[in-house]
Design a protein around this ligand. Sequence first.
Ligand code: NYM
Ligand code: MG
Length: 215
Amino acid sequence: DWRMAGHRGALIVLEGADRAGKSTQARRLVEALRNQGYQAEGMRFPERTTEIGRLVGSYLEKKSNIEDHTVHLLFSANRWEHVPLIKEKLKSGITLVVDRYAFSGVAFTSSKENFSLHWCKQPDVGLPKPDLVVFLNITPEEASKRGDYGTERYETSDFQKKVQKRYAELMDDKSLNWKVVDAAQSMEDVHNAIKQLSEAIITEARHQPVGKLWA
Ligand code: NYM
Ligand code: MG
C-alpha cells in the first residue's frame, strides 16, 4: 500500500497568531491522518521539556528575563536540537504535524523594536524545509472574541497585530508552500480544509528529498 514504508513522511507546519486554533487543529489532523492509515505524529515549538526549552518556557511565563537576541537564538536552538529526530521520523515514513516553527520565531522577534526580518531568519536557515505551511488566518477582532489572551509574554493585542504583519511579509516568500486557511470558519471546516491540503502534500512529498529552509 502506498501509505506504508519506503516513502518519507511529509513535514507539515501550522502557523498563525495566538488563538487561531493551531494546537487543536494539529491534534485533530494527526488523529484524522492516522485514521486514514497514515503514520503521523505531532510536534510543537517551543518544545518546553528540554534544557533549552525550559529556559524558553520560563522566559515566556515571565519567570525570567533573557536579552532579546539571546532568547531568539534559544528558540532557534530548540528547533535545531530536534533536527536529528525530525529527519529520522520523516525518513521512517512518519508525517510530522508541527505546531509553530521558524516562522513563529521570526514573526515574534521581528515584532520587537529594531529587529529586521533578515536578521531574525538567519539562525533558522538550513532547517528541514516544511513541505506545507498552513497559515490559520484570524483577524485580531475575531481572535479577541475567543476570550482574553493568556498572561504569557507577547499575549497582548498590540503585539499580536505586529505579529500578523510580520507573518504577511513572510508569506510573500514564494519558495515556500504557504496555504492560508480562514480560521474564523467552524472548527470542522477548518479541519477539513487542512486535512485535504495535508493528504495532497503527503502524496507529493513522498518521492522528493527534504529541502533546506531559506537556503
Ligand atoms: N514563540 C514561539 C516565539 O516567540 N518564538 C518561537 O520561535 C516560537 C516557536 O512563543 N506566543 C512564541 C509564540 C507564542 C509563544 O507558544 C508560545 P505556544 O504555542 O503558546 O506554546
Ligand atoms: Mg499560546
